[in-house]
Design a protein around this ligand. Structure first.
Ligand SMILES: Cc1ncc(COP(=O)(O)O)c(C=O)c1O
Length: 463
């Protein structure tokens, strides 16, 4: 295989078109510990290894593309959240980030609860043996069948998202001769993403019942009257990939304000408050996420302070991190298929997956980093765009990144921090088969979600 440099490829910072990148890193072979799990290193040949297994072996055995997930890292992060919040709070892992039966078992063993938002996620959780009372059921339009299944199973809480749902859940619970524990999800007029938050008018979205205009208070009034419901608390989720805690501060202030109003009107102190998920991770070296213990301390202090000011007993806090637990634990391993330098622009590196295994770049303009994985190289940095194999020009995995100038077909490259919202949002666009999730631990690899096959696709096509 040729390792020669591509004659027309843009190499340096001397040709830098507009983009999201900073200057080329001084050492392209280095692995920034911010974006790579601790157990990812390079062996003496320069090949990337995870949990003691090199990626060439993984590629040979399991093919590419593949999501490679470090089980110890997942468990350590789950444990760190659990420990940080202690026994006075609950951590619900948000299954939407990535869910499989193995993941459910790990969560169970590490003492976390689970948040699901569809019948499919609920079925996965139950089939892996998660105790139903440790499951929270979310969603803005749960079907009657889903609600019935959840109530029958005995889920610990259903998070109510609309006036219709308050009545629906109450009826179903009564029909089944039970009282369902519920929270009401409210929108507090705060939207937070990454380093910013906005504290105005963000009720304009499909989730939750607005605090503004007294709607949330009315929802509480109705829920408290229904025999089929046991209202245990108020829920708020303000955004995603958040680094700035001030959005939570405003949200907690407003949620506690509602708890106070409820106490004043109904003489009831609701025992729980859920502040949702959305805590950020490092996708690139520019991101500086907070540690779980800092987040726990900040959230607990905010809620305690607000409750003291409102003369309320501090409710039990719960949080729902998804990305912050699973995101950093996995990388996607791709094989390079073509390398196409565009004069004065950048080099397009096509890999054997794309938007079907990572839609986040196309959907959210998400930023990622990428590293040559199957070897090291001393070649000069080349400004690249890593693209997929789909029939869509927006099929971009990494918008702007530097890779070595001698990158060639057959090389393996790895995109870190793809554990969250990649496999769970994967599609079959162009009838491309969804990649496997390979979990690595103690020098052993095992498939926890297998690669899709053409038979899988054709089984559904019954025309
Ligand atoms: C209600 C709720 N909780 C938790 C999460 C998890 O968010 P993240 O994975 O960013 O922590 C989400 C994500 O959309 C959510 O809607």
């Amino acid at each position: 295989m040729s390792r020669s440099a591509h004659p027309a490829g843009p190499r340096h910072a001397d040709v830098l078109p507009e983009g999201h990148y900073s200057a080329p890193p001084t050492d392209l072979n280095a692995l920034d510990s911010k974006v790579w799990a601790e157990t990812v290193t390079r062996d003496t040949d320069g090949v990337l290894t995870v949990g003691g297994i090199d990626v060439k072996r993984l590629a040979e055995e399991y093919g590419t593309p593949a999501y490679v997930l470090d089980e110890d890292d997942f468990r350590a992060r789950a444990r760190a959240w659990r420990t940080a919040f202690g026994s006075d709070a609950d951590v619900f892992y948000a299954g939407k980030a990535f869910l499989s039966r193995a993941v459910v078992r790990w969560l169970d063993e590490e003492g976390l609860n689970l948040d699901v938002c569809s019948g499919g996620e609920l079925a996965t959780a139950l089939s892996a043996g998660m105790s139903p009372d440790r499951i929270a059921f979310h969603g803005n339009n749960k079907s009657v069948a889903e609600i019935r299944r959840a109530v029958e199973a005995g889920v610990g809480r259903i998070v109510l998202d609309s006036f219709q749902e308050i009545v629906r859940v109450a009826h179903i619970a009564q029909e089944l001769g039970t009282r369902q524990r519920v929270q009401i999800r409210i929108t507090v007029g705060v939207e937070a993403h990454t380093h910013e938050f906005i504290a105005t008018a963000h009720e304009d979205q499909k989730f939750g019942i607005p605090l503004a205009g007294g709607q949330a208070a009315e929802a509480v009034r109705r829920a408290l009257k229904l025999d089929g419901l046991e209202l245990i608390g108020i829920h708020s989720h303000i955004g995603s990939q958040i680094f700035d805690m001030s959005g939570f501060e405003v949200a907690a202030h407003r949620v506690v304000g509602l708890l106070k109003d409820i106490r004043d009107e109904h003489g009831v102190e609701l025992p729980e408050i859920d502040l949702g998920g959305g805590l950020g991770i490092a996708y690139t070296s520019d991101d500086d996420p907070r540690e779980p213990h800092e987040i726990a301390k900040a959230l607990t202090e905010i809620v305690t302070r607000e409750c003291e000011a409102a003369r309320l007993t501090t409710p039990r806090i719960s949080v729902e991190p998804g990305r912050a637990i699973v995101g950093p634990t996995a990388f996607t391993l791709y094989e390079v298929g073509t390398v196409k330098p565009l004069d004065g622009l950048r080099t397009y590196v096509s890999v054997d997956g794309g938007m079907s295994d990572n839609i986040r770049t196309a959907l959210y303009d998400a930023e990622y980093s990428v590293s040559l994985a199957s070897r090291v190289s001393d070649a000069e940095p080349m400004l690249c765009r890593v693209v997929g194999k789909h029939c869509e020009s927006g099929d971009i995995v990494v918008k702007d990144a530097f890779l070595p100038g001698d990158l060639a077909p057959g090389d393996l490259i790895a995109v870190p921090a793809t554990g969250a919202y990649c496999r769970s949002m994967a599609s079959n666009y162009n009838h491309v088969l969804r990649p496997p999730v390979v979990a690595v631990r103690d020098g052993e690899a095992r498939v926890i979600v297998r690669r899709e096959t053409e038979e899988d696709l054709l089984r559904l096509d019954v025309g």
